[in-house]
Design a protein around this ligand. Sequence first.
Ligand SMILES: Cc1cc2nc3c(=O)[nH]c(=O)nc-3n(C[C@H](O)[C@H](O)[C@H](O)COP(=O)(O)OP(=O)(O)OC[C@H]3O[C@@H](n4cnc5c(N)ncnc54)[C@H](O)[C@@H]3O)c2cc1C
Ligand SMILES: O=C(O)[C@@H]1CCCC=N1
Length: 389
Amino acid sequence: MMSAEGEYDCIVIGAGVQGSFTAYQLAKRNKKTLLLEQFILPHTRGSSHGQTRIIRRAYDEDFYTHMMGECFELWAQLERETGVKLYRQTGLLVMGPENSQYYTTVKNTLLRNKVPLMVLTHENFSQHIPHVKLAQGDEAVVDITAGVLYADRALKTAQGQFQKLGGVIRDNEMVTDIKPGPVVTVSTSAGVYRAKSVVITAGPWANKLLSHTGLQLPLEVLKINVCYWREKVQGSYNVKQRFPCFLLTEGEESNEHIYGLPSNEYPGLVKICYHMGSVADPDQRDMQKDKSDIDILQRFVKRCLPGLVPEPAVVESCLYTITPDRHFVMDTHPTYSNIVIGAGFSGHGFKFGPIIGKLLCELSLGEMPSYDLSPFRIRRFLEKTKSAL
Ligand SMILES: Cc1cc2nc3c(=O)[nH]c(=O)nc-3n(C[C@H](O)[C@H](O)[C@H](O)COP(=O)(O)OP(=O)(O)OC[C@H]3O[C@@H](n4cnc5c(N)ncnc54)[C@H](O)[C@@H]3O)c2cc1C
Ligand SMILES: O=C(O)[C@@H]1CCCC=N1
């Protein structure tokens, strides 16, 4: 099946947040673009579904905080263009041991980059944040511009804007083969397409697709139990009561982050998750039944959030695709410069969707990327392997 319709400037594989924003950016640049998705849209099998995500500048690395400057503007621009509300400011409460390296680094990154913030101490904490117990020896800082992104709505909006610009989405069409070359040939369950360049944004399926190009990345897929916890008094942790998003960098329960969002999408329920899960096959996600993360969360809720019932009321599933250093992969294929890869968003990539779309679009057009991509290059993995030999 080959036709003039089957020839594109670019084919983007995977209509999660990163693929959808990449396709949108390409269409904005007048490129004839096809966005392929294996499932019927919208779906809940990957990493981008669900009602909400946290957006924040609070990071331990300057490069993320820097990118978020433009990214906040791009989210606001999309809201203006479409009239759809995508972001709600809530602030992000970051809590951690006063002298711990991670907490101190996050606080210093905020200070160095002049991000609006408020430092809370044991003396003034409960006045600003009721219904939360700050652990002895912990300190807290609020990243004031942080908030909630309406994730499902954002995905639909990016895809809609792409289509309005003439972009083509073909869902329920799984890519089954990629043949590299000056013109790349992409075969799916329904047809064959050709393009000058291809962007692979396949989330947890990245390595499955990359195997057609002779490349494998050190990615691990984790199933995350997305837990919602019931308020004892409805509304006490609600977004309308100005309860913020929060992040505990490390605590009595674990050295991994625990994070939460105010009650909003489900009345009376607060979303709180553990930033770690168990290894899963994305095609067999529901076979992974480990609940040790829920045990950790229950202990945290009992200790720090006395206004919540310490038993999850709703548990949903979502997948992380993590790299060894938890930094993203944004690069061209080491052998084929017209194949671009966006992968390994390590459980924190949603907020960056608009800027990642812009960067992957620039890479696929052979342009100099707007930001230094060295933390995200594939060669960092190869260098590690070589030096270990
Ligand atoms: C529980 C949870 C909480 C999170 N919280 C936050 C947060 O608060 N803030 C934040 O910024 N980020 C957060 N993240 C991370 C963020 O959601 C992810 O980094 C982001 O969604 C990754 O998007 P993606 O496009 O790379 O992957 P995906 O959304 O998985 O998209 C990949 C797409 O590719 C498709 N695909 C795969 N293979 C094929 C094929 N062969 N043919 C066609 N299509 C294919 C898949 O079906 C899928 O739709 C969270 C993630 C989870 C799971
Ligand atoms: O990216 C985010 O903000 C969330 C919270 C911290 C851990 C991962 N995801």
